[in-house]
Design a protein around this ligand. Structure first.
Ligand code: NAI
Ligand code: ENO
Length: 378
């Protein structure tokens, strides 16, 4: 059993080759190693490859032959390179590994399938072994140092098979996602690109636009920043190189959505230019309630139904061990935490731990924690 064997074996059989060992490639390697799958890693950046090997995401690709395998033995190739080189890397993997299923995980799907279909029309490319996929899980950091084997647990993973993908190749792609703990969805590449324009690419653009407003503001104003600003700008820290490629490859669906956003912004500007005008307050109320209605439709994390939780805030001294102590006590009280955020009161030696729980458990937790001497704000 490997060092990560506590996750138990999966269904997938190796050897698996991962091409591109950044955040996603190394995370997939870690997850598969946790299920004892034989994984080999390759990256044009020797540093990224070495880091991925060091964290236990697999062995260098050179070890494939050393372990007695030829290229024909490879069962699955995962292409985890940047989107703009993905079609070329898939094409070369289909040729190099004649018996392997090849999946890619790039964030945009239709253009890659179109490029491969065009290549296949000119050469003898076997697209029955190719399945485009997209795990809807990531981070605002890139590179293998940020990799996590659990990244995909309970997250959506979209399969976008082209018309030539064989049932066996689709089954292998599905097994990869399921072994890594993901929830599998099937979309056509075009449906996928339209959906992610709204649920993934627009949030990134809005977050970046908002955060870019902060470049010139004085420190005095920034010191008032609270969770609203942090929540809405987390992904503004994402890698520009990746997002230039994603947005460029999904420009059509994005432009359509951005026209709608521009109309809404124009409406808001017009209203706020004359906030005392008849109907202005109603218009603002409508805008806010339209937002409420959209927000309420977002499914809960892990694909569950949208659900509202109750929040409470516990003040903790800024000393080592305080948060661990608080969590232990909550465990003893027997309340399950749904979410947790940490914050600091600026300029004070006190931390604020925000906890979310099922509404039915909120009052009991407040009462029990208060009895045990914790300062609880509701
Ligand atoms: N970052 C995220 O949150 C998510 C990213 N993706 C997709 O996953 C893929 C990888 O993204 P990240 O891991 O975030 O990027 P990353 O920048 O962390 O890693 C990309 C890796 O690909 C390597 N690479 C560059 N050219 C290559 C080539 N020709 N062949 C093989 N490897 C090559 C780079 O050296 C780097 O190590 C992208 O296609 C992205 O759209 C999908 C879901 C989430
Ligand atoms: O950090 C987050 O919340 C993300 O949503 C990351 C992400 C980035 C790119 C993708 O194609 C999918 C997911």
């Amino acid at each position: 059993m490997s060092a990560f064997g506590m996750h138990g074996p999966g269904q997938l059989t190796g050897p698996v080759v991962i091409l591109g060992t950044g955040l996603l490639g190394a995370s997939i390697g870690l997850g598969l190693r946790g299920r004892d799958v034989e994984v080999y890693l390759s990256d044009p950046s020797p540093t990224n490859q070495a880091v991925a090997v060091d964290i236990g995401a697999g062995l260098p690709l050179s070890a494939l032959a050393e372990r007695g395998h030829d290229d024909g033995a490879v069962r699955l190739v995962v292409v985890a390179s940047p989107p703009d080189v993905t079609a070329v890397v898939v094409e070369s993997a289909l040729t190099t590994y004649p018996n392997a299923v090849v999946v890619d995980i790039a964030s945009v799907k239709a253009g890659i399938l179109a490029a491969l279909t065009e290549s296949a029309a000119r050469s003898a490319l076997d697209l029955s072994r190719y399945v485009g996929t997209h795990p809807m899980a990531g981070r605002e950091k890139s590179g293998p140092v940020a990799a996590r084997g659990e990244l995909f647990t309970s997250m959506p993973w979209v399969l976008c098979p082209g018309p030539e993908a064989s049932p066996a190749a689709q089954e292998t792609a599905r097994t990869l996602a399921l072994d890594l703990g993901a929830i599998v969805y099937e979309f056509t590449p075009v449906e996928h690109d339209e959906a992610v324009a709204l649920v993934s690419h627009l949030p990134q653009v809005m977050s970046s636009l908002l955060a870019s407003r902060l470049q010139e503001v004085g420190e005095h104003s920034l010191s008032l920043a609270g969770n609203g600003l942090r929540d809405t700008t987390r992904i503004a820290a994402s890698d520009p190189k990746l997002w230039v490629q994603i947005l460029g490859a999904n420009a059509g669906p994005m432009v359509e959505i951005l026209h709608g956003v521009r109309d809404d912004l124009n409406r808001l500007i017009n209203t706020l230019e004359d906030p005392e005008a008849p109907g202005a307050r109603l218009d603002l109320a409508q805008l806010m309630s339209e937002g409420n209605a959209g927000q309420a439709r977002i499914p809960g994390k892990h694909g569950g139904q949208a659900r509202s939780y109750a929040w409470l805030t516990v003040l903790v001294d800024d000393r080592p061990g305080q948060i661990a102590h608080l969590l232990t006590e909550i465990g003893e009280i027997g309340v399950n935490l749904e979410d947790m955020r940490l914050d600091h009161s600026s300029g004070q030696n006190v931390g604020m731990v925000e906890l979310s729980v099922l509404p039915s458990r909120h009052d009991a937790l407040v009462e029990e924690l208060s009895k045990r001497g914790w300062k609880v704000l509701q």
